[in-house]
Design a protein around this ligand. Structure first.
Ligand SMILES: O=C(O)CCC(=O)C(=O)O
Ligand SMILES: [Mn+2]
Length: 206
């Protein structure tokens, strides 16, 4: 079922560039076919050892409003919001997804952070992926499975500049260049009674 060649052929490689200044963000709505994305969602949901960390934001500690897991090609740790995560080795399915992402973005990744949003009350607050270990202009490749959620962007200097898009099942969002210097992003909570979503962000930790 996980034949790499047929998988890559299935990948739809037509991106939309978001109309934002000081950002290089490309959205591939149909990166992975629905059928393959369904299979990946089920497998990632079941086979991942999800964890819930306690984070520190503005000096306050609370449980992170989602579950996470970190996978890496080596033992490089990843630290953000006062948490240090220790990676476990990439699984076969994560390697397949990584290969198809590498094909379209011409960069390699040694780490992937998984987020599981269990319901509309799980979220990911305003932040940028600008940790030192990601380097100066990081390429972040974000693959989504499961229910659609809003992804919001807000300019750091002029907070009236905002943008919102829906991240679809099987989509890829690629952020590169100076994006993390100029923009924050978040997955807001929603009151709608919704199902689960899994997001993978491929990163290169230097
Ligand atoms: O879930 C998403 O789409 C975004 C995840 C994210 O921004 C992160 O993990 O840094
Ligand atoms: Mn992020």
């Amino acid at each position: 079922m996980y034949n790499l060649d047929s998988y890559i052929q299935e990948a739809k490689e037509i991106p939309v560039k978001l109309p934002l200044d000081d950002a290089e963000i490309f959205y591939y709505p149909n990166f992975i076919s629905k059928k393959t994305a369904d299979t990946y969602f089920q497998k990632l949901r079941k086979d991942t050892q999800w964890q819930q960390d306690v984070i520190t934001v503005f000096g306050k500690t609370h449980p992170q409003p989602r579950l996470t897991a970190l996978f890496g090609a080596d033992r490089k740790t990843y630290t953000y919001s006062g948490i240090t995560m220790y990676p476990t080795p990439f699984t076969k399915i994560l390697l397949y997804i990584k290969e198809s992402v590498v094909q379209v973005c011409n960069s390699n990744f040694n780490t992937v952070l998984l987020n599981l949003y269990r319901s509309g009350s799980d979220s990911n607050g305003w932040h940028s992926d600008d940790e030192k270990e990601l380097g100066k202009n990081p390429v972040i490749a974000s693959v989504s499975f499961g229910v659609e959620r809003f992804f919001q962007l807000k300019n750091k200097k002029d907070t009236s500049l905002t943008y919102k898009l829906t991240l679809h099942h099987g989509s890829l969002l690629l952020m590169k260049g100076k994006t993390q210097h100029f923009w924050h992003h978040q997955i807001p909570k929603t009151k709608a009674p919704i199902n689960e979503r899994i997001n993978l962000t491929f990163r290169n930790i230097v």
